[in-house]
Ligand binder design. Structure first.
Ligand SMILES: Cc1cc2nc3c(=O)[nH]c(=O)nc-3n(C[C@H](O)[C@H](O)[C@H](O)COP(=O)(O)OP(=O)(O)OC[C@H]3O[C@@H](n4cnc5c(N)ncnc54)[C@H](O)[C@@H]3O)c2cc1C
Length: 383
C-alpha cells in the first residue's frame, strides 16, 4: 500500500510525485510508456516548451494569466533544484520571445495585444519592423512590426520529462513504467487504489495496487480512465487537441537568438541546433498522424516571417495531444469521489504550468487543504 498513487508519468504526474517524494510522502507513479527523451510519449514529449504567459495572454482569462506568471516566476528555482536532483540539464533558456506580425493585419492584432498588455502592466515592448530586425536579424523584410516579451522563455520539454523521471526516483519515489491503469478501485465510495496491467497485456493480467489517495494525471486520456462506473462523477470534460510539429536544423548562417512566434506559428531554437516549428491545432480525436496540410501550413507560415528557413534541412516531424478542458483552464484538486484527485487540462501551457501545479497539488495532498492559487480550477466549476 502506497500513500499516494499517481496515474500518468508525464510532466504533471512526475513533477507532483517529485515534490511529494521530496517532502517524504510515499509516492508511486504508474506510467504506461517510458519517460525517455528518445521515445514518443505524452504531450510533454511533443511540446515546444515555450514558457510564455505574456504571448499567450488572452482577453478573457485573468486566472490563467496569473497562474502562468506565478509558475514562470517559480521556474528558475524549480529548474535548479530539479537539475540538482536529476544530475542533468533541463535546457532552460531566458532570451525572451519576439512576437512578429507577418503582415499589416497581424500588426493591427498585435497592437491590440500590446494595448491590453499595457493596461495590465505587462512588460512587453512595441517594435517597428527595423527595430525588430535589429533584435532578431533573420526576420524577413516584410515584417512590419513586432512585440518583444522579455520574460517569455523556453525549456526543452523532453529534457524536462527525463529529468523529472530521474529526480523522482532519486528522491525515493517508486516508478512503475510499462504499466497501464485500467480503472480506479473504489471501495465504500472511496478511492483505494487502481487496477493495472503491463502495457499491451490482456485483461486477465490485471493487478490491484492499493493506495490511500489516487491522483490522476493522465493528460488527454484522463476522461477515458474515469468516465465509467463509480468514478463517472470525477471525469473532467477534457479532450485531446492535436498539434503537429517539425524540427529544422539551424545553420551557422541562420541561428535564432530568441523564440520567434506569430499569430499562427512559432519557432523555438534549441541548444542542440534544432529549430522546433509548431504547431497545428486540430480536433482529431486520438489520431496523431502527420498530414501534408499540417506540414505545409507550418512551413509556409514560418517562411513568411523567416524566409531563410527555406534552405534548412528538415530533421523530424511529430504530433502530440494537448489535454484541453471545456473552458481551456486546468482541472486541479479534489473530486466527488473521496481520496481521488485530478491534475489535468493544462492545454497548450502545461510545460509552463508544471512548477505551480506541482507545488499546489503537493501542498493539497500533504495538508488536505487546496491552496488559493488552484481554487479557480476546481472540477466543481463544471457543475
Ligand atoms: C503540440 C504540442 C505543443 C505544446 N507546446 C507547449 C508549449 O510550448 N508550452 C507549454 O507550456 N505547453 C505546451 N504543450 C502542452 C503540454 O505539453 C501539456 O499541457 C502537458 O504536457 C500536459 O502534461 P500531462 O502530464 O498532464 O499530460 P501528458 O504530458 O500527456 O502525460 C500524460 C501521461 O499519462 C500517461 N497515461 C495516460 N493514460 C494512462 C493510463 N491509463 N495508465 C498509465 N499511464 C497513462 C501517458 O502515457 C502520458 O505519459 C504542448 C502540447 C502539445 C501536444
Amino acid at each position: 500500500m502506497t500513500d499516494v498513487l499517481i496515474v500518468g508519468g508525464g510532466v504533471m504526474g512526475l513533477a507532483i510525485g517529485w515534490r511529494l517524494a521530496r517532502a517524504g510522502v510515499e509516492t508511486t507513479v504508474l506510467e504506461r510508456d517510458v519517460a525517455d527523451c528518445d521515445r514518443p510519449s505524452g504531450a510533454w514529449w511533443a511540446a515546444a516548451g515555450m514558457l510564455a504567459p505574456l504571448s499567450e495572454a488572452g482577453f478573457d482569462d485573468p486566472h490563467a494569466l496569473a497562474f502562468g506568471r506565478a509558475s514562470l516566476d517559480l521556474y528558475p528555482r524549480f529548474a535548479a533544484e530539479l537539475e540538482e536532483d536529476a544530475g542533468r540539464s533541463v535546457g532552460l533558456r531566458t532570451e525572451g520571445t519576439v512576437i512578429a506580425a507577418a503582415d499589416r493585419d497581424e500588426a493591427a492584432w498585435l497592437r491590440r495585444q500590446w494595448v491590453y498588455h499595457q493596461e495590465l502592466g505587462l512588460p512587453t515592448q512595441w517594435m517597428g519592423g527595423d527595430e525588430a530586425r535589429e533584435r532578431e536579424p533573420h526576420l524577413g523584410p516584410r515584417v512590419p512590426a513586432a512585440l518583444f516579451a522579455p520574460t517569455d522563455h523556453q525549456v526543452d520539454s523532453r529534457l524536462l520529462g527525463a529529468a523529472l523521471r530521474r529526480a523522482f526516483v532519486a528522491r525515493g519515489g517508486v516508478l512503475r513504467e510499462g504499466w497501464e491503469a485500467s480503472r480506479i478501485d473504489v471501495d465504500g465510495g472511496r478511492a483505494a487504489g487502481v487496477w493495472a496491467r503491463p502495457s499491451g497485456a490482456e485483461d486477465g493480467a490485471e493487478e490491484r495496487i492499493g493506495a490511500r489517495r489516487v491522483l490522476v494525471c493522465a493528460g488527454s486520456w484522463t476522461r477515458l480512465l474515469l468516465a465509467d462506473g463509480a468514478t463517472a462523477t470525477a471525469a473532467p470534460p477534457v479532450r485531446p487537441v492535436k498539434g503537429q510539429l517539425l524540427a529544422l536544423e539551424m545553420s551557422p548562417l541562420l541561428t535564432l537568438a530568441h523564440v520567434v512566434r506569430t499569430r499562427r506559428v512559432y519557432l523555438v531554437p534549441r541548444e542542440d541546433g534544432r529549430l522546433v516549428v509548431g504547431a497545428t491545432s486540430e480536433e482529431a480525436g486520438f489520431d496523431v498522424r502527420m498530414t501534408a496540410g499540417g506540414v505545409l501550413d507550418l512551413l509556409r507560415d514560418s517562411w513568411e516571417v523567416l524566409p531563410g528557413i527555406y534552405d534548412l534541412p528538415l530533421l523530424q516531424t511529430w504530433a502530440g495531444l494537448r489535454p484541453v478542458s471545456r473552458d481551456g483552464l486546468p482541472v486541479l484538486g479534489a473530486t466527488p469521489v473521496d481520496g481521488l484527485y485530478l491534475a489535468t487540462g493544462h492545454g497548450r501551457n502545461g510545460i509552463l504550468l508544471t512548477p505551480a501545479t506541482a507545488l499546489a497539488m503537493a501542498d493539497l495532498l500533504a495538508t488536505g487543504r487546496a491552496p488559493d492559487a488552484i481554487l479557480p480550477f476546481a472540477l466543481s466549476r463544471f457543475g
